[in-house]
Design a protein around this ligand. Structure first.
Ligand code: ZN
Length: 258
């Protein structure tokens, strides 16, 4: 089995503050460690379940957060920026894990909730349904025939993931505010990630990829006007802060927008 892992930072166990996830934040170095440890706990679960190959993409900010020298040597790592593809080389993989993800923009008490950009994005819709990053990435992976088999993050993220039928949800904290949570101990959080991953990888052949009905219509509402894609081809301007695209697949429509 080949497993692809997308790792974000806000839903990592132990992370509660913006200063954990901003590269110039006071607690960022601590945040990087926590992220690296959650990744290692996940990789352990993948190999316990019999995975042959694991590729991890660091997808927070500019993709350079994991501590390379401390990572499990059995996996491979994509770091830094990627160009057009969100999940380079995912074709042919058996499952996708969304590790350390966060709830969509506007979720009350969601730890560091946002959708793609805290500063710029207010609301995002896929075929009229409000969506966060797990929907975006599950749909892009679905275009490649790969199912999301597990998510980890706070309780709000796990609830948002209900639309992912069959996927394992690993709750590592309870969100109490945008920058506050009730945490598990480090050991317990890592145990849950390893066990959840093992379970997910063992059942991955039975989980179906998410398919979004084509044509895929995306609507992006920005926080304030004039930040995004006025002059881009294929972007329909609804008003000064609302834009729409339509494509044959999620990936097509999303690439027009971002
Ligand atoms: Zn992030």
């Amino acid at each position: 089995m080949k497993i692809f892992v997308m790792v974000d930072m806000e839903g990592i166990s132990g992370i509660v503050k913006a200063s954990h996830v901003m590269p110039d934040g006071a607690h960022y170095q601590q945040g990087r460690k926590y992220m690296t440890w959650d990744v290692n706990a996940c990789i352990e679960g993948c190999f316990r379940a019999g995975a042959e190959k694991v590729v991890v993409r660091d997808c927070h900010c500019s993709g350079y957060n994991l501590i390379w020298e401390d990572l499990d040597p059995r996996a491979e790592y994509i770091q830094g920026v990627v160009e057009r593809e969100r999940m380079p080389g995912i074709d042919g993989f058996d499952g996708l894990i969304l590790l350390g993800y966060h709830a969509m923009a506007g979720t009350p008490q969601g730890v560091l909730e946002h959708t793609m950009s805290s500063a710029a994005w207010q609301n995002f819709y896929v075929n009229g349904q409000k969506a966060g990053e797990i929907m975006i990435d599950a749909a892009v992976a679905g275009d490649h025939g790969v199912p999301v088999i597990m998510v980890s993050g706070d309780d709000h993220l796990c609830k948002e993931a209900d639309f992912l039928k069959g996927a394992i949800k690993v709750e590592v904290k309870k969100g109490l505010a945008r920058e506050g949570a009730q945490l598990l101990s480090m050991k317990e959080a890592h145990r849950k990630i390893t066990e959840g991953t093992e379970k997910a990888v063992k059942k991955c052949k039975r989980i179906k990829p998410l398919k979004i009905k084509a044509p895929v219509k995306l609507r992006l509402e920005l926080v304030s006007k004039g930040l995004l894609p006025y002059r881009r081809e294929n972007v329909k301007v609804i008003d000064g802060r609302t834009f729409e695209t339509e494509g044959a697949s999620m990936e097509d429509a999303f690439n027009m927008l971002t």
